[in-house]
Design a protein around this ligand. Structure first.
Ligand code: MRU
Length: 370
């Protein structure tokens, strides 16, 4: 099945599929400067929490590879600036900070082992490529855990785009749907268009269509109507940051879908890698919400659709944990109480995670569906 490739490390630089141009055009851009990568993240050439993390890791690798430094000391001085530039792009997606922290740790390790400049350059590039590879494996595992919760046949709903474009793997929420579909479940996906940036209409519809998965595109204000019909078996979305208690930030509009899901007895699930957990914050009140330009609300693809009036654009909202039936991760499935189940998953070993797709110890991985 077709899997979009939003980002790739190549000998010529970091190549990104320009998601701003989808679905009309499939254009790639090649970046050779970490500042350009930061700009591409800010301007949504690449978006989606895990994919932003991969872009940040590759941005650091590019910064180290292309640095004019001729000594390890000079590179060490420049390194924080590279990381800070990439950090100041999108505040909500914690995968960005997770990836930067990982690259920092690897850099420090190399310094401690007295590696020379060339060794550091190669090792940092290898680390960024490893981050990308791991995303592919974690998505597969999330998909297998989550697929069990999908109906054998029926309609499911998602929000925004949590597919391959958003993760650089097979996707989190769409990964679950994809694996379930490949297992033979006859799913039909309801795709809210996801105003104002239209990730649902432009990206999810494109990915599902290319992958041969049946879908129906709906406008955001149709969500309640469809959930009330009794014909939606489950909702699965991604997340940009999940607090210790399970409160989850995701694309604006997710909260109202989750509330309507509860009202209509439709299970609402989140699919996200462990790197999306932020156990340093107790609850969703502490999640920084990115405020994007009002122009993305007053205009659609450059065309003004509203008079010249003030417009608000919080890019994410927070769904309180009480609306979330379960969280699918690569290490297993978390259910309430999330403070305990997420902590257990975060602390559990990596070996038993993605690769087999099965938790080594279901008890430790949190409760699973019977
Ligand atoms: O603003 P975006 O397009 O980066 O927002 C993306 C989302 O909200 C996704 O649902 C989230 O990052 C999860 S991606 C697997």
């Amino acid at each position: 099945m077709y899997v979009a490739q939003p980002i790739e490390w190549t000998d010529h630089g970091v190549v990104m599929l320009d998601q701003r141009r989808l679905p009309a055009e499939e254009i790639t851009r090649t970046y050779t400067d970490y500042r350009e990568v930061a700009k591409a993240v800010r301007e949504m050439v690449i978006r989606g929490a895990p994919a932003i993390g991969v872009a940040a890791a590759m941005g650091v690798a590019l910064g180290v590879q292309k640095s004019p430094a001729t000594t390890v000391e000079a590179l060490t001085k420049e390194f924080p600036e590279i990381c800070d530039t990439l950090a100041k792009t999108r505040p909500t997606a914690v995968d960005l900070f997770w990836a930067l922290e990982r690259m920092r740790r690897r850099f420090d390790e190399l310094l401690r082992s007295n590696a020379d400049l060339n060794t550091i350059r190669q090792a940092i590039i290898a680390e960024a490529r490893e981050v990308h590879l791991e995303k592919k494996a974690t998505d597969e595992a999330i998909g297998h855990f989550g697929a069990e919760f999908m109906p054998k046949e029926g309609q499911v709903m998602t929000q925004c785009n949590a597919g391959a474009l958003a993760t650089a793997g097979i996707g989190t929420a769409l990964g679950v749907i994809r694996v379930a579909f490949e297992q033979g479940r006859k799913l039909h996906v309801l795709v809210p268009e996801t105003r104002p940036y239209l990730q649902g209409a432009r990206l999810t519809a494109w990915e599902l269509h290319r992958g041969g998965i049946p879908l129906t595109l709906i406008t955001d204000n149709m969500v309640g109507h469809f959930l009330k019909s009794g014909k939606v078996a489950a909702i699965v979305t991604g997340a940009d940051r999940i607090a210790a208690n399970g409160d989850a930030a995701n694309k604006i509009g997710t909260y109202q879908i989750a509330v309507l899901a509860k009202e209509n007895n439709v299970p609402f699930y989140i699919a996200a890698p462990i790197s999306t957990l932020d156990l340093s914050i107790p609850d969703g009140e502490h999640i920084p919400i990115e405020e994007r330009s009002a122009e993305e609300v007053t205009h659609i693809q450059g065309v003004r659709i509203a008079p010249d009036v003030p417009a608000a654009h919080p890019a994410f909202d927070v769904t309180p944990n009480r609306y979330i039936r379960a969280i699918f991760t690569e290490r297993g499935v978390a259910e309430a109480p999330y403070t305990e189940s997420l902590r257990r998953l975060a602390a559990s070993s990596v070996e038993r995670s993605a690769i087999s797709g099965q938790p080594e110890d279901p008890e430790r991985a949190g409760p699973r569906k019977p």
